[in-house]
Write a new protein. Structure first.
Length: 655
């Protein structure tokens, strides 16, 4: 086997002398695998022939052939004089700073012994200062020699290298690759824990293999790592919202883990896959004292999907702080995005905007978790744009969130709600029609919060299309009518029906919520002001409207003032000497004043009873009933019973 090129000799260094490794010895070293032996030879020859390196005070060059074959023979290179700098840098390509960390006294014979012990990684062909990898076949041979000749010092040197690499800050993916190839469990854990999201994003395949190589006992000591592997398996197979039985069964194995934290983490993910969101939130309670970022993040997700926004905000904030301390900037970005969504749902636009600004200083998500991390960011941004009545930004964000991946993310109910508000701003009620049809397979049971959000979006879409009768009917089917998300919609419907005392009561319930955000308070106060104006409390109405407008101005969001019927608010704005906003919802039609007899007749007709039964109920003749029905047609400007019942429902006559 030929070795090409000469190298310079550095003064004061006496290189070792040893015979070359010949073809027969190489073949024996690789267990007589001739193909592997040839591949080692070829790969060594493929490396760049001459590399120049500056290390400390000396400057020298040598060939890659010399260096590669030197690795195979533990750097007993040849009878010729070989420069130690070339021998060190070409097979291992250490940066100067890393070399100094490992061997601060520049004791190069010891340095070479360390290289022999560890068979370190090779630089990229075109950049000797970047730590890269030895080709696969060459590395296998090198590893065999390292482990055979230096078993006692191997682990000690691995630890030294881990510490030095941390100080010189090579990319986490490079550190993980080296630890994984060296079967260095401690090294893998050390690089995995602060980089769960970034490594999943950059090198998902390596991440999955590295997590799979961790021993069983790691389940107890590092449950977040094992959970991350389970979560990666879910993402690789199906959308998180799909309760595929195979995926669930794989996750259920972790619910029997010896680690309580891993059991709970796996259980809440299984429950969310099965769309049992309230139960997932209940089971997540033990995680709310955890000091693991992943645990707090998923506890927050369970709370968010159960409608407990304040609890979710606390969990996400804890996850953000833990991830920040650990240095996992991608996980920190995900926590920031979910905090932004939670804050905007609570009605705090300024806080949500602050989280988005902080988020944008963190690394951009890539790979398979891109949409998962981005979904929260775009959802919060769309909420904010809608609150600010920024049509251009609303249209831009709708364009960015068309991909199916966003509608298979766990945050899809809140993205839907953001779309509903966007539809108000754009004046396009039909924006949600196709989406509502597509997400039908994703709907959980009616008593789960995501199903309630969908129903609220349907009701608000009906209001915008002036289908008030259908909106009233659907609102009557709400499982949690007094939930914060449902109360503003119910108050709006009460205003449309002319039930101003009921609207006042519903607005008061909103204002009684703890930790109510500023914009949620402004919307509730605007609804309450309208109700107060029409119940004879004009001074109170004016005071509430002025306060609501001041809050909206401070938050930079005016939508909350524009979701009350414009014709009902016009006299109140005039009384306050304020410029009225253009309402985002239709005007309220006046409720007809019908005498009690005709109002009773409307209710009987709504029950589907024929004229003959109505006549018996009212103790009048059938002709009298027919005559009164005609009076109703004229009063409501309709032509048949179906139209009459529709208009009666829209005007609040059936309440």
């Amino acid at each position: 086997m030929r070795m090409g090129g000469c190298v310079a000799i550095s003064a004061g260094i006496d290189p070792p002398r040893a015979p070359l490794l010949d073809a027969a010895e190489l073949l024996a070293l690789v267990d007589n695998d001739s193909e592997l032996a040839q591949r080692v030879t070829d790969e060594a020859g493929l490396l760049r022939p001459v590399v120049e390196v500056v290390l400390g005070r000396s400057r020298a060059a040598g060939t890659v052939d010399d260096a590669a074959l030197g690795v195979l023979t533990n750097l007993h290179l040849s009878e010729r004089e070989i420069d130690f700098f070339a021998a060190m840098t070409l097979p291992v390509a250490l940066t100067h700073s890393l070399a100094v960390e490992l061997w601060p006294d520049n004791d190069f014979p010891d340095l070479l012994a360390g290289m022999i012990s560890n068979g370190l990684i090779l630089a990229d062909d075109d950049d000797v200062t970047v730590i890269g990898r030895i080709p696969a076949a060459l590395r296998r041979v090198t590893r065999q020699e390292c482990l055979r000749r230096h078993p006692e010092t191997y682990e000690h040197n691995m630890q030294r290298i881990r510490e030095a690499m941390k100080k010189t800050e090579p990319p986490p993916a490079t550190r993980l690759q080296q630890a994984f190839e060296d079967e260095d469990i401690a090294g893998m854990i050390e690089v995995l824990r602060p980089n769960l999201y970034s490594l999943t994003s950059e090198v998902p395949s390596l991440m999955y293999r590295a997590l799979g190589a961790l021993p069983t006992e790691v389940q107890t000591t590092h449950p977040d790592l094992m959970f991350c592997r389970a979560f990666l398996a879910v993402q690789a197979k199906v959308p998180v919202t799909n309760a595929d039985s195979t995926v669930v069964s794989e996750l259920e194995e972790f619910t029997r883990s010896p680690s309580r934290e891993l059991r709970v983490l796996s259980s809440i993910l299984v429950l969310r896959l099965q769309q049992s969101f309230a139960e997932s939130d209940r089971v997540a309670e033990p995680l709310r004292t955890s000091t693991t970022a992943i645990s707090r993040l998923h506890a927050g997700l369970s709370a968010l999907l159960a409608g407990r926004y304040a609890t979710a905000a606390r969990d996400f904030e804890a996850a953000r702080q833990i991830a920040t301390c650990a240095g996992d900037r991608m996980l920190c970005r995900d926590a920031e995005s979910k905090l932004a969504v939670t804050r905007v749902l609570m009605g705090d636009l300024v806080a949500a905007d602050r989280h988005l600004r902080r988020l944008r200083t963190l690394p951009e998500p890539t790979g398979r978790i891109r949409e998962m991390v981005r979904c929260g960011e775009y959802t919060a941004a769309l909420f904010i744009a809608a609150e600010r009545l920024d049509r251009d930004e609303v249209e831009r964000l709708i364009g960015l969130t068309q991909a199916p991946a966003y509608w298979h993310d766990e945050l899809w109910p809140f993205l839907l709600l953001a779309y509903r508000r966007a539809a108000q701003v754009l004046g396009v009620p039909s924006l949600l029609t196709a989406i509502l049809e597509e997400i039908r397979p994703l709907l959980p049971a009616a008593d789960e919060m995501p199903a309630q959000i969908v129903m609220i979006c349907q009701i608000e879409t009906m209001i915008s299309a002036r289908h008030l009768g259908a909106a009233h009917a659907l609102a009557g089917r709400l499982i949690a009518p007094d939930a914060l998300i449902a109360l503003p919609t119910r108050a709006r419907l009460a205003l449309y029906a002319g039930e101003f005392h009921e609207a006042a009561d519903l607005s008061a319930k909103i204002l009684a919520f703890d930790l109510l955000g500023p914009l949620a308070r402004a919307e509730a106060m605007t609804l309450a002001a309208c109700a107060a104006w029409y119940t004879g409390r004009s001074a109170e109405a004016q005071s509430m409207l002025r306060e609501a407008a001041a809050i909206a101005d401070l938050q930079g969001g005016r939508r909350s003032l524009a979701v009350v019927p414009g014709n009902l608010m016009a006299p109140l704005y005039a009384a306050c000497e304020m410029a009225a906003l253009n309402s985002l919802i239709p005007d309220a039609l006046p409720r007809p004043k019908l005498p009690p007899t005709l109002l009773h007749l409307v209710h009987l007709m709504a029950q589907g009873r024929p004229n003959s039964e109505i006549a018996k109920e009212l103790h009048v003749s059938t002709n009298t009933v027919k005559s009164n029905v005609q009076r109703l047609y004229r009063a409501l400007d309709v032509h048949n019973r179906e139209e009459l019942l529709t208009v009666a429902a829209e005007r609040g006559l059936l309440r």
